[in-house]
Design a binder for this molecule. Structure first.
Ligand SMILES: Nc1ncnc2c1ncn2[C@@H]1O[C@H](COP(=O)(O)OP(=O)(O)OP(=O)(O)O)[C@@H](O)[C@H]1O
Length: 340
């Protein structure tokens, strides 16, 4: 569905002596298969939106190639736009018209008949819990309703691939979880492939089959959340033993499955790739050596542990920054996403 090779975007800003090059995206390779839900994660300014804008043909790559839904983004932009749905960070509704009319007009821009656009629009309003809001202006909708309307707009022409740029930023926790259900349904009920950017670790964890992490314009990881956690961070196993003598035995035994064992008092801790597989054998080993445990705790790593290990930076900072900067402007209007 998406195949990108060596995508580069270099912006030039300022003039004269202030002239500056910004290397926003530095050679991105991406492969997304049909039916996948991919979460594209990274801190502020990492290059997520810029990559998305190149894949959706809104920005011409400085270098590299990409095909989206089988079409080349540089030479077949119109075909790409017809095949995809795009929900930008700021949304795509104009607030002066009724929500239903906007969605229908949007469908007609894609070449649908009014009748077909109305039928599909009403179906989407039902599915996205927008019943009764057909004749409401977007500016008079709640943040969650507006975001769901943006998604309805992106889906009106039944695209097989949907790009969502930070779909839940600025929403309250309940509205976010509600929207997650709708995003999960895109694949389950519409069979769509979904590529979404997010700052929220729990969102990526809950929705994405695969997580791609971008940092400073480069992809630094791409795998399932579970694999990333196991490979990059590992589960933390914390053993508590009763005596000083047992500490040494526990350290040796844990050391056979963990590379970085630490001791603190009667606690012996180390990270292991998959605790569920490794711990039963460890417990048998300890028992055979006469070590009875006071307690054992296994702490699963978070995606933030993964990000911290990979980049030395915390995604939580990006999450907090997004909270501070956002909440989509109520009257934000853009023509992005409209077909050529
Ligand atoms: N039109 C532009 N001109 C100059 N620099 C730009 C332009 N658009 C983006 N940038 C810069 O490119 C880099 C990547 O920006 P981008 O918006 O892709 O990041 P992002 O990962 O989407 O960030 P955020 O999470 O804050 O939305 C940043 O340093 C940004 O300031």
């Amino acid at each position: 569905m998406i195949r990108a090779r060596g995508l580069v975007q270099t912006f030039h800003s300022g003039q004269g002596k202030q002239k500056k090059e910004v290397h926003a995206v530095r050679g991105v390779d991406l492969d997304v298969a049909e039916g996948e839900v991919v979460g594209f994660l990274g801190p502020n300014g990492a290059g997520k939106t810029t990559t998305l804008r190149m894949l959706t043909t809104l920005l011409k790559p400085t270098a590299g190639t990409a095909s989206v839904a089988g079409f080349d983004v540089a030479t077949q932009a119109v075909d790409v736009r017809r095949s995809i749905g795009y929900c930008s960070q700021v949304g795509s509704t104009f607030s002066g018209a009724y929500a239903g009319d906007e969605v229908v007009d949007h469908g007609m821009l894609y070449g649908m008949s009014r009748k077909a656009a109305v039928a599909k629009g009403q179906e989407l309003f039902d599915k996205l819990q927008l019943e009764g809001l057909w004749r409401r202006m977007p500016k008079n909708m709640s943040g969650g309703q507006k975001r769901r309307l943006d998604i309805a707009m992106a889906l009106i022409h039944s695209p097989s691939l949907v790009f969502l740029d930070e779909p839940t930023t600025g929403l309250d926790p309940q509205a976010r979880i509600n929207l997650w259900q709708h995003i999960a349904d895109l694949r389950a009920k519409e069979g769509a492939t979904v590529f979404l950017t997010t700052h929220y670790l729990d969102e990526a964890d809950a929705l994405a089959d695969r997580i791609v992490i971008i940092d400073r314009g480069e992809i630094v990881a791409s795998d399932t959340a579970d694999n990333l956690k196991a490979a990059v961070a590992g589960d933390l196993v914390d053993l508590e033993v009763a005596t000083d003598e047992q500490v040494a035995v526990a350290r040796d035994k844990l050391g056979t499955i963990s590379a970085d064992v630490e001791v603190e008092g009667h606690h012996v801790r180390g990270r292991v790739a998959r605790a569920g597989k490794a711990v039963p054998g460890l417990l048998r080993d300890l028992e055979n050596s006469g070590v009875g445990l006071e307690s054992i705790e296994v702490v699963r790593p978070t995606l933030d542990d993964v990000f911290l290990t990979l980049t030395g930076r915390s995604l939580r900072d990006a999450e907090a920054a997004a909270e501070a900067k956002d909440s989509p402007a109520p009257d934000a209007a853009t023509t992005e996403g409209a077909p050529a």
